[in-house]
Design a binder for this molecule. Sequence first.
Ligand SMILES: [Zn+2]
Length: 465
Amino acid sequence: MKKFWVSTLTLSALKANCAVTIAVMLKAYKYRIYPTDQQQAILTQQFGIGRFVYNWALEQKKKEYNEYKIWIQNPINEKKKFKSAFDLNIELTQLKKELYWINYAQSQTLQQEIAHLLHAYQRFLKNIKERKAQHKKTTNKKGKLLDLPKFKTRKDRQSLSFPQSVKVDFESSHVQIPKLGKVACIFSRQFTGKIKTTTLLKTVTGKYFVSILVENGKEFPERIEANKNHAVGIDVGLSHFATFSDGTKIKNPRLFKRSLSRLKQVQRSMARKKNRTSKNYSKAKLRRALLEERVANQRSDFLHKATHHLVCESQATTFCVEDLSVKNMMQNHKLARSIADVSWSDFFRQLKYKAQWHGKNVLVIGRFMPSSKTCSSCGYKLEALPLCVRSWQCPGCGAGHDRDVNAAKNLVNFAFSELEKIPAGQPEVPKVCSFGQACECVASVNCLLDIDKSCSGSRNSYARA
Ligand SMILES: [Zn+2]
């Protein structure tokens, strides 16, 4: 079986345009680093220069957008030249002559900043185009354009990428970074392979991390053929985080809700402080950031454990999931917070890439399939099934159903009946969509990656998973 997979593992790989059309495995490793006071000072300066260049490039693109707005919306009249990364890099060299302090940063790092900005800008143009095609709003209530990249500020999380010259030393627990030298680092695990891009991060709470993208030279494992006997349907929901077709359920941890009262308390204490520049205000702000960080860590831990258990510790080789439009569902204000709290998008994203690592399949069912109201044993379809009904009996065959377990079983049935429809001669390789991501799409089924909007191609594609 030929493979044309694209490694899709990390966003940083995509941002850095590292998408390669051969099977290479890219993995990102994140470690906490402990820079000295002196190194922290240098880092603050480096982050500042990177931020300046990013904002400078964004300003150029914003100006360009306003100037050519009419043309961009309607690009038929004449050919217009827009500033590419190459043009901006040349302008940056000019700028360096005027502002000498830009030279304190590594030039490749600054080129990365420009590449990141252009990536964000392209995404913005694409979203605008999509919204226009669907006759949706392109501005918010204040009249500002949606999804337009924002200027970076000192108060946000800071990051800076180094495309090369980074070395790790596992024995002495150091990582060698340009301009900084050796930085103490705690390696929770080791890796082998070639270091691609390295990103330094500083969180709002003042912690430093290094994220290293590694190409380990290994190929993806041979894909296991999808088999109904080893398939698991996964139905996600709010009352239970996930329900499987074998009847097991994962409880919804409701992590945000658990910390909500404490968060409200901190938020109120922040609001009471009138002077926004005072020490007490910044202390309260830090408390809030720490709490938010804690919830985010808990959530990440929960999701990684859940997906790891599913993919690596179970006998199942095929996972059947439903394509949910999380973004649309979030527009329901009553449910938005709960939906954001369960983070299905991240769950599917992790499930997808972990399945790819182990040669397992993810089949995605279109979102309008009647998975809840169809009987999984005889196929009888109910007229309606209100959300409050948690269990029901089939009028056709008399089988008793738990709402969620029945839906999960149907996901498997639907996925395999779709899979059978694909002609035998179709290529077995996953189709690579416009975003350079490998999609395992079943005919007339949406792409899984569509869920987190990092991919929008391959709709109705005939690629066999
Ligand atoms: Zn039935």
